[in-house]
Design a protein around this ligand. Sequence first.
Ligand SMILES: C=C/C=C(\O)C(=O)O
Length: 274
Amino acid sequence: MSAHEPAADAVIEVAAALEEAARTGVPCAPVRSRLPEGDVEAAYAVQRLHVERGITAGRRLVGRKIGLTSPAVQRQLGVDRPDFGALFADMAVPEGRSIAPGRLLQPKVEAEVALVLGTDLPHRDPTVADLLRATAFALPALEIVDSRIADWDITIVDTVADNASCGLYVLGGTPVPLDRVDLRAVPMTLTKNGEMVSEGTGTDCLGSPLNASLWLASTLAGLGDPLRAGDIVLTGALGPMAVAAEGDEFTAHIEGLGTVTTSFASAATEGAAA
Ligand SMILES: C=C/C=C(\O)C(=O)O
């Protein structure tokens, strides 16, 4: 949709409401009723506006997240298909740096496989062979999802407009080439303060994180904005999301890829927080 099409005013208004929520830390009402009913394309137009404004403001686009890939998350949110959002460099939290109190509105944590591309993926019909060849390495990752919409009261239209509910992400530091790991089979466990809060396997992510990545590559190529060398792809949760609060520490272990940890600072320990 361009700014001249009929829903352009609604797209601009919804983008403004979501930006205001992010800026003030006060979630807004669901945005679906402000867009044509069920119009996922209009929701992606809101997301594109957010991305364009970010780039204009000097933010660096470094990849994409895929969302809503796992049946558990689809059930948690009452949606039935994958979506995608944008990753900016300033959304990355280094391991060992805690997340400052108040940086996010309603955070939840997911464990995922991240792929980092070594070459472009320009085809609308990419094969697994294309994807394996294009992927430089995989990493274990945590996505901290967040909703700018009050109480996570979202449909597919709300979450797509809200950059696929992406908040921050944490990448593990040991790259693994794809000939060393079968992503379909990898078991994942996620602990919160030492207790397991989520588990799953690669098959829980649209059958395999590779399938999810092929869906994304094909979708973006079809939109004329393909995945490029260097892009990070967060391939989608392998298990249910877990609610996060100040003081919590999360560790994901994905067999074959290793572990990745993050923590949420409390006001008392804010010293080293991002
Ligand atoms: C609402 C966000 C969902 C995801 O990020 C996911 O399913 O991976």
